[in-house]
Write a protein that binds this ligand. Structure first.
Ligand code: HEC
Ligand code: HEC
Length: 238
């Protein structure tokens, strides 16, 4: 249960965290707007057969490690300066890409006129603060934990159901285990309530209502409802 809370918090933070701001520019947003046409920016990255450019995590990792500097405190400022220059004046001689990759991708087309130096400063600062070993490890741990959960629980977490429901404890909505053991509740009833919402069914909710989740797919709603009902038998077994 602690783990779940932690995961919920981590997801919440991930969903809401803003990029670091330079001159009030949001590097994260700008990166999404200006660079994702070619670079994948997921962490860990997704790779495709016919990708147009190396994933941004790879770009950030390898610029950070190839930049030459005697003074370690200058590594990030130098890496930022490299990005600001490269995006406007790309060339084979400057690129840190190996020859084979350069041949596959081709040199990056200059983005001159499409992005300003201030915007690049914000983008690059975000890149080197976000694409780090630490964040990669954390993202991978979270992904492993999500993969280890029953699919219904994962969907409930990802769709923010767990901000109002816990398995064993009433918060805004009734505990999922109490919903599972509520007289008359069946798979059909739960599916109907998740899709259309529910109110005044549980005295314990004191007027709080269950919003309708119209956008969830039928398959996902069914998976979540089955998971909720499965909590009932887990209790019986104990
Ligand atoms: C039209 C496609 C395209 C867009 C848009 C694009 N890139 Fe690239 N980028 C590439 C390709 C292809 C490469 C790999 C070849 C190379 O190094 O030039 C690359 C490489 C790079 C490199 C050098 C990597 C190295 O190892 O030397 C940096 C830095 C970079 N991109 C940053 C950016 C940023 C920041 C943006 C958004 C402002 C961006 N790119 C937008 C295609 C693109
Ligand atoms: C904003 C808070 C909130 C969110 C978010 C929320 N619920 Fe609820 N849920 C409630 C409340 C309150 C009730 C009790 C309503 C009542 O008394 O009829 C409830 C009731 C339910 C019931 C019982 C319905 C029944 O017919 O017995 C199910 C099942 C349920 N929620 C599933 C979910 C799932 C799945 C999600 C995510 C897709 C979710 N809830 C998201 C507040 C919420």
């Amino acid at each position: 249960m602690k783990l779940l809370l932690l995961l919920a918090a981590a997801l919440f933070l991930a969903g809401c965290s803003q990029g670091k701001k330079t001159n009030n520019l949001d590097g994260k947003k700008l990166l999404e707007q200006k660079c994702t046409k070619c670079h994948n920016i997921d962490l860990p990255p997704k790779t495709f057969e016919d990708e147009k450019a190396p994933p941004m995590m790879a770009v950030a990792f390898h610029i950070r490690s190839f930049i030459k500097t005697e003074d370690e405190s200058q590594r990030i400022p130098k890496a930022v300066a490299f990005v600001k220059d490269y995006v406007i004046n790309p060339s084979a001689s400057k690129s840190f890409c190996d020859k084979e990759s350069l041949k596959t991708y081709g040199i990056m087309p200059s983005q001159k006129g499409k992005v300003t130096q201030d915007e690049l400063q914000a983008i690059a600062e975000y890149m080197f603060s976000h694409f780090t070993e630490k964040n990669l490890n954390e993202a991978q741990l979270l992904e492993n934990k999500l993969n280890a959960m029953p699919k219904g629980e994962r969907l409930a977490l990802q769709n923010k159901c767990l901000s109002c429901h816990k398995v064993d404890k009433k918060i805004v909505g009734p505990a999922f285990r109490d919903i599972a053991t509520q007289k008359g509740n069946s798979l059909e009833v739960l599916i109907h309530s998740i899709k259309n919402g529910s109110k005044k069914k549980y005295a314990s909710s004191k007027g709080a209502v269950m919003p309708a989740f119209k956008k969830l797919s039928d398959a996902d709603v069914k998976t979540i409802a089955e998971w909720i009902l499965s909590l009932k038998s887990q209790k019986d077994e104990k």
